[in-house]
Design a protein around this ligand. Structure first.
Ligand SMILES: [Cu+2]
Length: 350
């Protein structure tokens, strides 16, 4: 992240720090240590508007719990075939209040749809390139070379106006990702062509309030460094509106690092510790911790319960990323609280 980029984003992002808004709402003075820094730190976002999620066509709060199970049908063999259509679309999105970004998207959103299936199913993804540039979809997981979505192999680069089909078995169970693999690779991924692929174990997982967080960022001034950091694209979205979860209920976060230009990203949870399952491929956690660090393309599953009601932060533990958007709150509520929108996966998945 370059200093020039930080200045630019400060000049163009009217925002108040979220804690200042909370303090005002509570009738208290703003937190002097942050809101009054007068350009000295990244947290110097001034009072102003919110991102227009409707204009973007996606809301990071909906992205959290939006699992796309595709169109399933049973084959003569008894196996389930699951089909999706992903369309690459060039689209301007607002990533911070007033900061617009010329994104490349799958299906008009960043991250792309969270594709979800069960281990052993057959997956068929039709890819239509409605963008002005050549793209692919490269899936992580185990599959034949021709289905790998890289230039020069199989269908290779898919030209504007063309289409292809990727078809393979869902294996192994765990949390994977998909992204474009056309060069220059960092630009194709960072402009928005990335998303999560969840392969459930054949015997499922324990019911939980499940959330997808794809950590990403945006290079708004083309210096190959990020000016905006977030989970699910929109900086501060979960500060402006905290994520409501139930006290004592299992929370499961599918955490993917799709960030480019920075080698490392992280997730830190306040007031609690989580069990961490690297890549989600094993059933035994590797660690009970409150911070996990992920390289580009790494991902893992986090599980915990909040024993206490109240407001708890989560954020990248790199302070620079935190102050440029990658932070949020959980509001831990008692059962019956109208803020709760959790749907257990057993209620939703076909
Ligand atoms: Cu691409």
């Amino acid at each position: 992240m370059a200093a020039a980029g930080a200045s630019l984003v400060h000049a163009n992002v009217p925002r108040s720090p979220p804690w200042e808004g909370d303090a005002r709402a509570a009738g208290a003075a703003p937190h002097a240590g942050h809101g009054s820094e007068a350009g000295g730190g990244h947290a110097n976002f001034r009072a102003g508007g919110l991102v227009d999620h409707r204009a973007n066509g996606f809301d990071p709060h909906e992205v959290l719990r939006d699992f796309d199970w595709g169109s399933p049908r049973r084959l003569a063999s008894g196996r389930v075939m699951r089909e999706w259509e992903l369309v690459a679309v060039d689209k301007e999105i607002e990533v911070m209040p007033g900061v617009r970004f010329q994104a490349w998207t799958y299906n008009g959103r960043v991250p792309g749809p969270t594709l979800r299936c069960r281990e052993g199913e057959r997956l068929r993804i039709s890819f239509v390139n409605g963008s002005a540039h050549a793209h692919t979809i490269h899936f992580h997981g185990i599959h034949p070379a021709a289905m790998d979505g890289v230039p020069g192999i199989g269908a290779g680069e898919i030209a504007p106006g063309s289409r292809t089909v990727y078809e393979f078995d869902a294996q192994p169970s765990g949390l994977h990702l998909y992204h474009c693999h056309v060069r220059p690779l960092a630009e194709h991924i960072a402009k928005g062509l990335h998303g999560a692929l969840i392969v459930d174990p054949a015997d499922g997982r324990e019911d939980a309030d499940e959330l997808v967080m794809v950590m990403n960022g945006f290079d708004t001034n083309f210096d190959r460094a990020n000016e905006v950091y977030a989970a699910n694209s929109i900086g501060f979205a979960y500060m402006d509106r905290p994520i409501a979860v139930k006290r004592d209920e299992l929370v499961r976060v599918y955490l993917v690092n799709a960030l480019e230009y920075d080698l490392i990203n992280s997730f830190h949870l306040h007031g609690n510790m989580f069990q961490y399952f690297p890549t989600g491929t094993g059933r035994s956690p590797s660690e009970l911790t409150d911070t996990v660090m992920l390289c580009q393309g790494q991902r893992g599953i986090l599980e915990w319960r909040f024993p206490h009601v109240g407001r708890f932060m989560f954020h990248a533990h790199q302070s620079e990323f935190t102050e440029l958007g990658w932070q949020g709150f959980f509001d831990v509520c008692e059962r019956g609280d109208p803020r709760l929108v959790c749907r257990l996966p057993s209620d939703a998945g076909p």
